[in-house]
Ligand binder design. Structure first.
Ligand code: UD1
Ligand code: UDP
Length: 377
């Protein structure tokens, strides 16, 4: 490995890939003064949950893959920690950078700080104030142990200050997800191609100008068969107004099968497809009449694209998407979901505006600050 001082970046799950891509590409511009090492924990491993993103987003193959895979929270977190520690010994980086709020984020962060290696958290300070969410625990704990905290919206600083984080560690830099979105929008795959690829028999009758897009994967929505059934029931009713394209997360696929709810997918107005690549997803989001989701990233991307978003959760850790963007937090009550869909179909939904510093230059600001703090001496 290179003798230059290094920054070790961690990814683990699908939403991490969009976040690391622009940072890694910025880091490559400084390869003469610092080296960058990419570790994939292996939390997500299916081709459709990992390889597709490395290819489409131009992320180099990870230097190290920990191959952790799936498990309970304790198993996944503990395995990641055990496998990450010797990597840190070997690489001896100046700092470790983690993104987002998944188990890989907190697991690697915890190992790094215990070895006295400064931790950098990208997308710090977001709070749903719902401790039932595993991600909320990961966010709070990662922020507590981070040396440098990069935030996507101004409210994040207030959250962090309330938790006793020193002001001078917090840097409002904007949203790296939007760097990725802007870099790749011209390459978005047209919806017709995506449907023809996954559902060739449905593609002739599919109207790409009139559909809704759905993603679902939060345990609070999909792990309880009753709640999942209620949501799929609402989706069935919505599909009477507008066909629904549904790229299905592996957790959700598994739960639909376990709960015996496959019948809901056997509906000519619902188009179930496997998880799609980022460029396919961009194409779907930008052409949809509306998006229904419980994803964090999709709430932000729809705001950036100006597409109405209905969040199927009781809260959001990304309030700017509601205050300034196109997002409406509706929860899982079918009556409220249907009435929100009707409203959007009638009025076109919230117009929204692009939040401050979601300008495509966030990774540049992050890397400038990193170089100044850790690599200028
Ligand atoms: C994880 C993150 C969540 C994030 C989501 C993004 C945590 C606690 N959760 O949730 O914050 O929003 O990723 O998609 O870190 N599976 C596969 N193939 C894969 C990966 C997973 O089949 O490549 C299946 C396995 O059955 C696994 C289940 O999906 O048990 C859940 O995967 P896991 O990574 O534990 O959580 P996610 O629900 O994906
Ligand atoms: N995404 C994708 N294909 C899909 C579903 C989502 O490329 O089938 C993208 C989405 O556009 C966003 C990211 O994955 O960039 C969000 O990841 P996810 O919803 O899995 O996690 P969250 O953001 O909720 O943590």
């Amino acid at each position: 490995m290179s003798k230059l001082p290094s920054l070790l970046c961690v990814v683990g799950a699908r939403p991490n890939f969009m976040k690391i891509a622009p940072i890694f590409s910025q880091l490559s511009l400084h390869a003469e003064t610092m080296s960058s090492v990419l570790v994939h924990t292996g939390q997500h491993y299916d081709a459709a949950m990992k390889d597709a993103f490395f290819e489409q987003l131009g992320i180099p193959e990870p230097d190290i893959d920990l191959g952790v895979g799936s498990g309970t929270h304790a198993v996944q977190t503990a395995q990641t920690m055990l496998k990450f520690e010797p990597v840190l010994d070997r690489v001896d980086p100046r700092a470790v950078l983690v993104v987002g709020d998944v188990n890989s984020t907190i697991a690697c962060g915890l190992v790094a700080v215990k070895k006295k290696i400064p931790l950098i958290h990208v997308e710090a300070g977001l709070r749903s104030y719902d401790r039932e969410m595993p991600e909320e625990i990961n966010r709070v704990l990662t922020d507590q142990i981070s040396d440098l905290l990069f935030t996507t919206e101004r409210s994040a600083r207030d959250n962090l200050l309330r938790e006793g984080i020193a002001d001078d560690r917090i840097h409002f830099v904007g949203n790296v997800m939007i760097d990725t979105l802007r870099n790749h929008l011209p390459k978005a795959v047209p919806v017709g191609e995506t449907i023809a690829h996954y559902l060739p028999e449905r593609s002739r009758s599919f109207d790409e100008r009139a559909f809704a897009l759905l993603t679902l994967h939060r345990p609070s929505n999909v792990d309880n068969p009753e709640i999942l059934r209620k949501l799929l029931d609402a989706v069935a009713k919505i599909s009477e107004k507008l066909p629904v394209v549904f790229p299905i997360h592996p957790r959700t696929r598994k739960m639909v099968e376990q709960a015996g709810l496959e019948g809901y997918l056997d509906n000519p107005a619902i188009l179930p497809i496997p998880p799609v690549g980022y460029l396919e997803m961009l194409g779907l989001m930008k052409s949809a009449k509306l998006v229904m989701t419980d994803s964090g990233g999709v709430q932000e991307e729809t705001t950036a694209l100006g597409i109405p978003c209905i969040t199927l959760r009781e809260n959001t850790e990304r309030p700017i998407t509601v205050e300034q963007g196109t997002n409406t937090v509706v929860g899982s009550d079918p009556v409220l979901i249907l009435s929100c869909v009707d409203d959007i179909l009638l009025t076109g939904g919230k117009a929204g505006k692009i939040p401050e510093l979601w300008d495509g230059k966030t990774s540049e600001r992050i890397v400038d600050r990193l170089r100044e703090k850790y690599f200028s001496h």
